[in-house]
Design a protein. Structure first.
Length: 229
């Protein structure tokens, strides 16, 4: 019986298709990794940081009594100019750098070009985290195809602890008291400052698909926190 020969052209085509399939698979895996793996439960466990090394404001005051001012009601506070530089998801052992931003001319908070850092609204009438009034920290859920550190807001639960560390070395702790999902991007109530008589820390990130018409996602996840103690 005569043997059937496979044409070389078909063999080359099969090889090309095999290589192309491998490249496409690799690209898809890289995209999936950048979008979903960095803040998966496994990835969080691998990069978890020991938060017990953070110095609370009370500990800092005990160690540096010279920078303490006593208010008229007898409360001891740290005097001087200090800025927040890091945000910590305490219970998850994850931290990110904070960058100060202003309120834009369109009355929306400026964003930063980073998936991993977060933005602190350093503008009147907004407060320093832990001071009376509303402090706002926002981070990306997704930035240019890379999963942002504030995608963790999707995982958060009431009662979780977060922290804000300041440039002089102490950390203020907060507890999650409320989580709001599916808020409209233009809902200004989450930024309200009037009538607040205690410190409120508001964490914000995008939710849902990108909408090119507004240059943003249409919805927000907002996590409201109050000081611990």
């Amino acid at each position: 019986m005569e043997k059937i020969k496979v044409p070389k052209k078909k063999s080359k085509l099969a090889l090309i298709l095999f290589i192309a399939g491998g490249i496409i698979t690799a690209v898809v895996l890289v995209i999936l990794y950048r979008m979903y793996i960095p803040y998966s439960d496994l990835a969080l466990a691998l990069k978890k940081k020991d938060m017990s090394e953070l110095v609370s404001e009370e500990e800092y005051i005990r160690e540096h009594p010279e920078i303490v001012t006593t208010t008229s009601d007898g409360t001891e506070i740290i005097s001087g100019d200090f800025k927040p530089v890091k945000f910590e998801f305490i219970d998850r052992g994850i931290e990110c750098d904070l960058r100060p931003v202003k309120m834009g001319a369109d009355r929306y908070m400026e964003t930063i070009p980073s998936a991993h850092d977060a933005a602190w609204l350093d503008d009147e009438p907004y407060a320093v985290p832990g001071e009376v009034g509303r402090a706002v920290i926002a981070g990306h859920n997704l930035w240019r195809g890379e999963q942002g550190s504030f995608s963790l807001l999707r995982k958060m639960e009431v009662g979780e602890k977060v922290g804000v560390t300041f440039d002089i070395g102490f950390t203020r702790y907060f507890e999650v008291t409320e989580i709001k999902r599916g808020l409209e991007y233009n809902d200004k109530s989450i930024m309200r400052t009037e009538g607040l008589t205690e410190p409120v820390l508001t964490l914000v990130t995008c939710e849902g698909d990108w909408d090119s018409n507004i240059g943003s996602s249409r919805h927000r996840i907002v996590v409201v926190c109050k000081p611990v103690g």
